[in-house]
Design a protein around this ligand. Sequence first.
Ligand code: IVH
Length: 748
Amino acid sequence: MAETTPVERLTEEEARTELDRLAALLHRANRAYHGEDAPDLSDAEYDALKRRNAEIEARFPALKRSDSPSDQVGAAPAEGFSKVAHEVRMLSLGNAFDEDDVRDFDERIRKYLGLGGGAALAYTAEPKIDGLSLSLRYEAGRLVQAATRGDGALGENVTANARTVTDIPQEIEDAPEVLEVRGEVYMSHVDFEALNARQEAAEAKTFANPRNAAAGSLRQLDPAITAARPLRFFAYAWGALSAPLAETQLGAIRRLGELGFVVNPMTRRCESVAELIAHYREIEQARATLGYDIDGVVYKVDDLALQGRLGFRSTTPRWAIAHKFPAELAWTRLEGIDIQVGRTGALSPVARLTPVTVGGVVVSNATLHNEDYIAGRDAKGGEIRGGKDIRVGDWVQVYRAGDVIPKIADVDLSKRPDEATPFVFPTRCPECGSEAIREEGDAVRRCSGGLICPAQAVEKLKHFVSRAAFDIEGLGAKQVEQFYRDGWIKEPADIFELRDNYGSGMKQLKNREGWGEKSADNLFAAIEDKRRIPLAKLIFALGIRHAGEVAARDLALHYRDWQAMAEALDVARPAARAHRAADEAEEAERQAAEAEGRRARVSDTRAAAVAAQDVPEAAATAWADLIGVDGIGAVLGLSLSDAFANPQERAAIDKLVAKLSIVAPDAPAADSPVAGKTVVFTGSLEKMTRAEAKARAESLGAKVSGSVSAKTDILVAGPGAGSKATKAAELGILTFDEDGWLTLIGDA
Ligand code: IVH
């Protein structure tokens, strides 16, 4: 057989067959590896196959395949599964860590719905399964598609694999025409142990925990492998539906049970926070005997009409929360403290630990937060851990909760080595040597090197290509690091010149180790594909401090156009400067007042500082407009202003933008009479809460602002409206009472 024949004895025909076989094996192994699943091959086997492939290619260069594994260091894993757009986004859950958080959750909901503390409000409580979520689409009772969550909007099509899971019915009776059932794929403890034993016997990689095993098994490219892996499924939610399942969450879950899905037997209806907590305790008690991993309890508002009114924040529902189990703990030795420099220059201390198992996962790094945390102080100078500092050589307590990065909770002074000395936090950037500055009121020390700091530049680039930003297929963190190191990509604009610079000529991408003609072409195409980019993604991708996904979306919806935003920031700059001067003056006044034992004159001080700056009218208006955007305040305003005013950073931004075609956000529902209008709510509302009013207005395409200005189109004034109503009247702004507003938007 060709497989065992030494390379020097292979005939040409055998060599061709053998190269085909090796390509198939190695591509599969690459995909398994990059999908973070257990590879079917051990590292040694993988290396041996790769070597054999290279030797055959060396002997028969003409037979080298165009997709030869020699040219690939696992660059393109994504071809594995096709992508599926979720008709209804798959969301995640907010977290509660203690009973207070649960009470806050209940209060938030009551407030949003305008329910008093005494009004009845029921919830369901059920175990939070530690697996991976899956959406199953049934049409006319037949399973037609199964998709992973992916980024919530776009998942992976794993239909063939889902069909091998026995808990997932292929056909259901008496179901709505369209029904998307959502739930968790998981592996039981017994099945997990048995799988790992089999993997070990086969010298294949074992899994760290049941969740990884479930994920790895579901995301196999070969459904036959998935079929051999014992996966299970609990149904707990739904997506698209052609007809409602029930009127309550519990009713809907019962209905899913009747349709043939496995639903969790520990799901209960609870009438109060006290009942939620009691059921949480019950589930916590049962945890060890369930036979599968859970990491908390999920609470959901039972009434589906109320769920509908509550709706969603950007990535989580308002009507549900996950109450997580407490973190798991272990003690180990702190071997060293490294300083990492992030995208915004933040110097983050990382604990290097003697590896220790915490809750089934081996931990060797943990965050130490910032210099105060190491010193045993909180942000206000108070003691934490009873004031104990953390030193290299100490015994420290590590904890992790769910997926969160492990943290250091405590230190055992009785085991402190005599020679241990307090940790001295660097005041220079370890990456570029620039001064690292800690600003007043900031817990974090930051490198002042900006883009000259290689660590900041690389982290900014990684952020730029990340999934929620440009998401360029084939250009991940690893590739960006390599390209940066070799000087191929120094700033985002360079990405869009990659083909011009390295598609032909002396140095070519396809000749780099790990790349080939095909993967290079794929990357160039993927980059071209992203030249058209939605405004919100572009803003987020710039990696400006405080400008997260939600803020970027708010900015995009407000300005609707890149040029408009850039100009507004330029115009507003003197006002931003004045705002900062006022902040500094305020801080100085507070300190002086404290020293002199008098009350601080904050507003006078601020006003004087602003007056001294002589801000042009246009700047003041542009600044007020910027920080008046709901969800955007002075902190983000200053950060944006700084980024756009910094010459290096601005040059990089302008260079990038010149290469892109920026897509404006979808025009708001044009048929709504308030679409595109800026609305301010003031006074008390009686038929809806403020939050509900805002969400409703935004869903109709209106912008909701917190303050009245010349840009305000509509003021909705309830009883008790004060200065805002007066100002609106002065400016001649259209004003409605609550009923008038509801009539206007057709909700009366
Ligand atoms: S409800 C719209 N219920 O937890 C909310 N999620 O941390 C839909 N999960 O992505 C989720 N058990 O994968 C819900 N009983 C349960 C759950 C559950 C596990 C997962 C789910 C979700 C994640 C959020």
